[in-house]
Design a protein around this ligand. Structure first.
Ligand code: NI
Length: 205
């Protein structure tokens, strides 16, 4: 190998290292996104679904309580379990801060994959994130209606294996007030347990 070839190799290496460092810095310096304001948005509304115990649950069952709502699916390989773990930890921290106000928060997970997320599948899934997390499923029509009302995008992504399809879906944590009106949301990007705790501490009364 001659000298100039050697130099070129070194240059390529240095550029690659700088790029990697830059990307790493960008990743870790991305500040958490502030909560999005949803006051006055026409989001949410009535629903009739089935919980992880097979019981019928309506939006009116949560009347008078703050609702921390997340849409996703139990077979999600990454985003949903990550976000739900943060929601669970954020709510637990709020419970430690102010048990009284936290008791008035209903954490709710609504599946956008009703074909696989039966009550039996949802039961251990939700229990893994928070002891009070309610898991809701329904018929494909019920789920499509609730997703539409809550502005949630969901689309089946087929893989080679019909049993192991993925769902592309919007991922955000919603807070609704005791009357079922939207208050704010936290996007998946930059989500932290602290942001969930702060969201609850700011709004829940
Ligand atoms: Ni997901």
């Amino acid at each position: 190998m001659n000298r100039s070839k050697n130099l070129r190799l070194w240059l390529v290496l240095v550029v690659a290292l700088l790029l990697a460092a830059g990307l790493g810095w960008m990743r870790f310096s991305t500040p958490p996104a502030p909560p999005g304001n949803l006051a006055g948005a026409s989001l949410g509304g009535p629903f009739t679904l089935t919980n992880q115990d097979g019981q019928t649950v309506r939006d009116t069952d949560f009347a008078g309580r703050w609702r921390l709502i997340y849409f996703g699916y139990g077979f999600c390989p990454d985003v949903c379990p990550t976000d739900l773990a943060l929601v669970g930890r954020g709510l637990q921290a709020f419970e430690a801060q102010d048990a009284g106000r936290a008791a008035n928060v209903a954490p709710i997970f609504i599946t956008i994959d009703p074909e696989r997320d039966t009550p039996a599948v949802l039961k251990p899934f939700v229990a893994a994130f928070h002891p009070r997390l309610v898991g809701l499923t329904g018929t494909p029509e019920q789920i499509a209606a609730v997703a539409r009302r809550f502005g949630v995008y969901a689309k089946r992504m087929d893989t080679g294996d019909p049993e192991n399809y993925l769902m592309d879906h919007s991922a955000m944590v919603y807070l609704f007030d005791p009357e079922g009106k939207p208050v704010a949301f936290l996007p998946h990007q930059g989500l932290t347990a602290d942001a969930v705790t702060a969201l609850l501490a700011t709004h829940v009364r």
